[in-house]
Write a protein that binds this ligand. Structure first.
Ligand code: NIG
Ligand code: FE
Length: 408
């Protein structure tokens, strides 16, 4: 058994609610604490001096400097499997060009699709590994990754296989999601319905049989798939046994209400959610995932996180890291900026980046520092946890553990 400590503050996140608002004084902080790890799991947590006495034979990993321990973060929505760049889109958008003008000049999601189709699988795997290194540096040890830049059977499978291979080689957790319903590809002859039926017939059974993913996502939006088709597709995917999730209310509302009706695990984006959508989410078990990185990348409003929390929704925050709308990939910077704009407490930000995000991915035993949980945690060289968000993404952990393995 390994005993890590003494740690100035352990912010355990134990005992906090799954939904709604949380004040900072609800945070359990163990001062001069320690954590015992055995076989990838946390087997004890408490005051360091007590643990020293209780486990005299434990192997000690001594922490010398002032230190704050938090559970490792969970990024519950990314698109970090892609090839190419969309820097031209970004510059055009900032020069005032419209979505349509960017698409007509060869940009937009379709441009990443053409670049990703040309890439071989090992190039995609390298892209995932390089980007996930940046996520690990931020204390993230669980990362959701979507397909959705293939939009044909072969490339969607190539993306999901790249994610699976990377997961098998990595010490962190990757959760893949099939987003073949991202947009209707330009080279598909047939309407939206025909494309989605084709995916249901030709792609999802293979994804299932080859255990490439247990989750299905769709972009429900005017420019992508309408409510009716999204409903048909997700209902069928759910009957096949997939967890379902929606890119919902990014530019126009509606998708989140569908997500609640279908008991989707999450509704993600929500920049355009109004009162009806907030109410529906608050009354559901569907996790509302805000993606401030997409607001920052596109110059769009943030999702109404304060209102969602006040009404009692389960809220998570994720990076949406992708080449188009959210190229930054710095989840902690995004979450702390969102906190300033919407007045979100530190406790709410921590919850939204840990156990609430894990709930969206239907993973138990991470996101909290407690007996029996996976040993996924991070240490910062400071004596006050509030320094972390205060530095708006510029303070990085000095140590990151995933399943008991020290990665940094
Ligand atoms: O989550 N909204 C749709 N999909 C992505 C953007 C993908 C892209 O632009 O490449 C998103 O923002
Ligand atoms: Fe996304």
């Amino acid at each position: 058994m390994q005993l890590i400590g003494p740690i100035t503050q352990i912010v355990t996140l134990r005992g906090l609610s799954l939904r709604g608002s949380v004040s900072d004084d609800q945070l359990e902080i163990i001062y001069n604490g320690g954590v015992c790890v055995s076989d990838k799991n946390i087997v004890d947590v408490g005051p360091y001096s007590n643990l020293r006495k209780k486990y005299p034979n434990a192997r000690i990993t001594e922490i010398h400097s002032p230190s704050v321990m938090l559970p490792a973060f969970v990024d519950a929505h990314t698109h970090i499997c892609w090839a190419g760049t969309r820097a031209a889109d970004f510059a055009m958008r900032n020069a005032g060009k419209s979505y349509l003008e960017i698409a007509e000049s060869g940009g937009g999601i379709w441009s990443t699709v053409t670049q990703t189709r040309l890439a071989d699988q090992s190039e995609l795997e390298n892209g995932i590994i390089n980007r996930s290194k940046k996520l690990i540096e931020q204390g993230i040890t669980t990362v959701e990754i979507k397909s959705g830049y293939g939009l044909d059977i072969q490339t969607e499978l190539k993306m999901l296989q790249a994610i699976k291979n990377t997961a098998e080689r990595s010490d962190i957790r990757f959760i893949s999601t099939c987003l073949a319903a991202h947009i209707k590809p330009h080279d598909f002859t047939g309407d939206q319905t025909a494309y989605l039926r084709w995916l249901l017939r030709e792609l999802l059974p293979v994804v299932k049989a080859e255990t490439l993913s247990r989750r299905v996502d769709i972009f429900t939006e005017r420019s992508a798939f309408d409510i009716e088709n999204s409903w048909m597709y997700l209902d069928a995917a759910r009957s096949m046994g997939f967890d379902i999730t929606i890119h919902a209310d990014q530019f126009s509302p509606g998708g989140s209400i569908l997500a609640c009706k279908l008991k989707a695990v999450s509704a993600d984006h929500l920049e355009a959610s109004g009162e009806a959508e907030i109410k529906a989410l608050a009354q559901s078990d569907t996790v509302a995932i805000a993606l401030p990185g997409a607001s920052l990348g596109l110059g769009e409003p943030f999702a109404p996180v304060r209102k969602l929390l006040d009404k009692g929704a389960i809220v998570a925050i994720a990076s949406d890291w992708n080449p188009g709308s959210a190229p930054m990939g710095n989840l902690i910077a995004q979450a702390s900026i969102l906190a300033s704009y919407e007045k979100i407490t530190s406790a709410e930000i921590y919850a939204s980046l840990t156990y609430r995000a894990a709930h969206a991915l239907r993973i138990n035993g991470i996101g909290v520092i407690d007996f029996g949980c996976s040993a996924d945690f991070q240490l910062y060289e400071t004596d006050d946890h509030r320094e972390i968000l205060y530095h708006q993404g510029q303070m990085l952990p000095s140590q990151v553990y995933s399943k008991g393995i020290s990665l940094i």
